[in-house]
Design a protein around this ligand. Sequence first.
Ligand code: NAI
Ligand code: OAA
Length: 352
Amino acid sequence: MEVSRRVERISAHLMPSNPKNDNSFLERANCRAKGGASGFKVAILGAAGGIGQSLSLLMKINPLVSVLHLYDVVNTPGVTADISHMDTNAVVRGFLGQQQLENALTGMDLVIIPAGVPRKPGMTRDDLFKINAGIVRTLCEGITMYCPHTVVNLISNPVNSTVPIAAEVFKKAGTYNPKRLLGVTMLDVVRANTFVAEVLGINPIDVDVPVIGGHAGTTILPLLSQVKPACSFTAEEINYLTNRIQNGGTEVVEAKAGAGSATLSMAFAASKFADACLRGLRGDANIVVCAFVDSQVTELPFFASKVRLGRAGVEEFYPLGPLNEYERSGLEIAKKELGQSIAKGTYFITKA
Ligand SMILES: NC(=O)C1=CN([C@@H]2O[C@H](COP(=O)(O)OP(=O)(O)OC[C@H]3O[C@@H](n4cnc5c(N)ncnc54)[C@H](O)[C@@H]3O)[C@@H](O)[C@H]2O)C=CC1
Ligand SMILES: O=C([O-])CC(=O)C(=O)O
């Protein structure tokens, strides 16, 4: 067992720097790893970026992960060498550039995608569509070829359009499984829990705020009437909290003043979300998260709401529950913009 672990760890270093290394050696090492190491295989695409690096670190310390593949078009050898020195269980391998995408993806249980450009002050998330739509398309085409049954956590913005793009790429290839494609809106929930806890004067760990709709401006709709623990807010508090949650991303973009958008809190949120997906895949009970998914909860084809995760991915949708007047009107506003963003993403692939 110890020898096979050593061989596996050595092979992890050989892989990125010299892909022409003796394949039979690597295959033997991989076979042993499959038999010996329990846990999930996770790939991060965009692993050398602001989110990617911190997320790689957090996934390296997740005990459910046995193999961690770090893929990017730049800098993965350095990030991989660095992270691989952490004395936690997961074996780390780095992959650089399109020609190594196949090796990065093959055999993965979960693929997390934070690849793409971030906002600068004055930009909307939709302004990122031009560049990020193509990046997401290319990476999802890779998934259809090399790990069509994987669970995908899509982070790249604009999430309201990139998730429909991914769905269309998968449909085109005949590999679409709506239960396994999840847009990551967890940062909205993390922010909502934090800001609500500040107002209530309690520990955010004890707070649960459902956030529905999508992941941009007014499409982000916190349901403050359903906060746990049960509580009530003044009209002023509801306005303050809703605005702050909807503009949390912009708050960070402006504070970073041109140096990017949220990376650390996002890596934290993505790691929480990925952990929930892995616990679902393991068969744990009662794994409930908010996620932007293929949905029939509203008339829109995609919508973020509470879902239960399991071995198949998304296994159950929860109804939105009773909304107050403020939330009902917020929902109508959210749905209008969301519908347009979804159509834009879908058209990007279907027009081709
Ligand atoms: N869903 C959410 O809640 C959030 C989403 N985001 C989004 O996440 C994305 C990444 O943000 P950051 O990490 O801050 O950006 P970043 O610029 O620091 O990192 C992006 C990484 O993607 C890589 N990349 C670019 N093209 C690629 C390709 N074809 N294949 C693989 N990797 C590629 C880059 O080389 C870079 O390392 C942005 O689109 C941002 O808007 C950011 C925060 C929250
Ligand atoms: O605001 C951005 O551009 C990044 C993001 O999605 C967030 O922080 O919620």
